[in-house]
Design a protein around this ligand. Structure first.
Ligand SMILES: [Zn+2]
Length: 341
């Protein structure tokens, strides 16, 4: 039986472009997917609300026509694909590439992979898809009244020195807040990091390490009432007064203590730095926040690449993050097992 790509956002994501192309072989297959997402229970005309199988046109799979009012309905309406002449299948392949290539991709590589004759087309598609990733997210993380907590920390990023004398220059301060959850123990299995794993992430460029800056960051991204773990830096002292549970950990240059109490955020910082170094040869400070947002977009959807794919195309069904139940099922931690939750 073919996997039902129309209903499940969490089915295994295709691992190769050929595999992806078997799911979406033609513009008609892509159009069917868009139609099923928009009208789960069958077509309803947005103009006259008439519910009946619409007219279809083999030469124009992206358009349906109402049998009653005879008006056309574009399946790309309200999506990132609206009013472009690029075939649906090219958009779908493009979104697949962007969703699955964690190292990012240049417009030239993109043009080659998609077999596009014009560089400008590749550039425009990539630009539109990335716009969905670099948009900041507004909702706050953290889960008050649970056993979860949030690790908050800052790090310096960059520091490429070119003809500026000795020392480190152009470093940018970045703050992170990440949910830390606890998976249920599996009998006979020793879990990494005591079964702790990352939930949702927020990253932000900071002007400085003052209490004002760091506490404002926490206020903006973490739900009040959440338990927050930080190092003993004094700027975090007022978190308790602002309605958070706060556990400051005396780090004082002791990396073992940091590793024990702030392991997830440190792992994220190290991955983030590797990613920034590896694919962009360093990022200028004024563009760093966009890259942080892109990193966050991928990170928060890493177990649900179909959500990333759909979100990039701007098509419905996107949930901003997996639910607690979904994450707690253990599916992501044991992708080969059937799940034990
Ligand atoms: Zn109609």
């Amino acid at each position: 039986m073919a996997p039902d790509i129309h209903l499940h956002a969490d089915l295994p994501f295709p691992k190769s472009l050929p595999e992806f192309q078997r799911l979406f072989p033609t513009d008609t297959a892509c159009a069917t997917y868009l139609e099923r997402i928009r009208w789960e229970g069958g077509f309803v005309c947005p103009h006259c609300h008439h519910a009946e199988e619409p007219f279809r046109f083999a030469a124009k799979p992206g358009v349906l026509r109402c049998r009653k009012c005879r008006k056309d309905v574009a399946l790309t309406g309200g999506t990132v694909m609206e009013r472009t002449h690029t075939p649906l299948s090219v958009w779908f392949w493009a979104a697949y590439l962007v969703a699955s290539h964690t190292a990012g991709m240049s417009a030239v590589q993109f043009q080659r992979q998609l077999g596009l004759s014009r560089y400008e087309t590749a550039f425009q598609i990539l630009h539109k898809l990335r716009a969905g990733m670099v948009r900041p997210v507004a909702d706050r993380i953290g889960r008050p009244q649970t056993n979860d907590h949030v690790e908050v920390d800052e790090t310096w990023i960059g520091g490429v020195t070119r003809g500026e004398g000795r020392g480190v220059h152009n470093q940018v301060l970045v703050a992170a807040a990440v949910e830390v959850r606890q998976s249920q123990p599996v009998e006979g299995k020793k879990s990494k990091r005591g079964g702790r794993y990352a939930g949702r992430l927020r990253l932000q460029v900071m002007p400085d390490r003052t209490a004002k800056s760091l506490v404002t960051f926490v206020d903006n991204v973490v739900e009040p009432g959440s338990m927050i773990i930080t190092d003993a830096w004094g700027s975090y002292n007022s978190l308790k007064d602002r309605g958070y549970e706060h556990l400051p950990v005396a780090e004082a240059g002791n990396s073992d203590v940091a590793e024990e109490f702030l392991p997830i955020v440190h792992l994220i910082f190290s991955n983030l730095k590797g990613w920034l170094r590896g694919c962009h040869h360093g990022v200028s400070p004024q563009h760093l926040q966009a890259y942080l947002n892109e990193f966050t977009f991928r990170f928060n959807r890493r177990f649900y690449p179909f959500n990333a794919f759909r979100s990039l195309l701007g098509i419905g069904g996107e949930v901003s993050a997996p639910t607690y139940a979904e994450l707690y099922s253990g599916m992501w931690q044991h992708p080969t097992a059937s799940g034990h939750g």
